[in-house]
Ligand binder design. Structure first.
Ligand code: CA
Length: 220
């Protein structure tokens, strides 16, 4: 998981960044709000840890700018202001959680794990069926050590089928998954993608249940 830390207090930032890296997070750090906004847009972090008291921009303003650029990262605000108003302002501006300084780094790590679970990233984000591994966070698919390259729609269908192996999904249910991208779906779209998935993974990976729909086949 990638974390962007926006914090001007150098020793605090060093301490947090070190602890996060030890816990396996990729960490980017910005000491100024403006720099933080640019990094948020460029690095697309999963979580932004944002100090509200920054020298150039107020943290709440940074959060508004980040959201106005369409950055969807979860945001955890750090604030020395323990008054209710600034917390409410931060949460209203789109923060997901907050910590009041001073805090124990262990508590920050626990809050990040909670955000991570809500985001559905981390170790639990992998589905394994036989020798096929589907990473829901990175959208990578492997058969054994071999990467399987899928289009966005193929991945969407694969995910829908693999999330509940054994369950049969009708063509209409699968079409709905594709329609959620907000695009027109031709009548044979599902068949075409199923055909491609069988070719790219292996033929028996997806079974046709005549008159009902499709399901993931037994593991090979
Ligand atoms: Ca500060």
């Amino acid at each position: 998981m990638r974390v962007l830390l926006i914090e001007d207090d150098e020793s605090l930032a060093d301490g947090i960044a070190t602890a996060l890296r030890h816990s396996g997070y990729a960490v980017d750090h910005a000491a100024l709000g403006g720099e933080g906004v640019s990094l948020a847009r460029a690095a697309k972090p999963d979580v932004i840890v944002l100090d509200l008291g920054l020298p150039d921009l107020d943290g709440v303003e940074v959060l508004r700018l980040v959201r106005s650029h369409g950055v969807k990262s979860s945001v955890l605000i750090l604030t020395a202001r323990d008054d209710l108003a600034s917390k409410v302002q931060g949460l209203d501006a789109g923060a997901d959680d907050y910590l009041t300084k001073p805090f124990a780094v262990d508590e920050l790590l626990a809050r990040l794990r909670a955000l991570e679970r809500r985001l559905g990233v981390g170790l639990s984000s992998e589905i394994t069926i036989g020798d096929v591994r589907i990473n829901l966070a990175s959208h990578e698919v492997f058969r054994g050590d071999e990467a399987v390259k899928l289009s966005r729609r193929e991945f969407t269908l694969l995910r829908a089928l693999a999330e509940r192996p054994g369950n049969i999904l009708s063509r209409e249910q699968l079409e709905d998954k594709l329609y959620s991208w907000g695009e027109e779906v031709a009548s044979n779209t599902v068949d075409v993608h199923i055909h491609n998935l069988r070719k790219k993974i292996y033929p028996e990976f997806i079974l046709t249940i005549r008159g009902v729909g499709y399901k993931v086949g037994p593991a090979q």
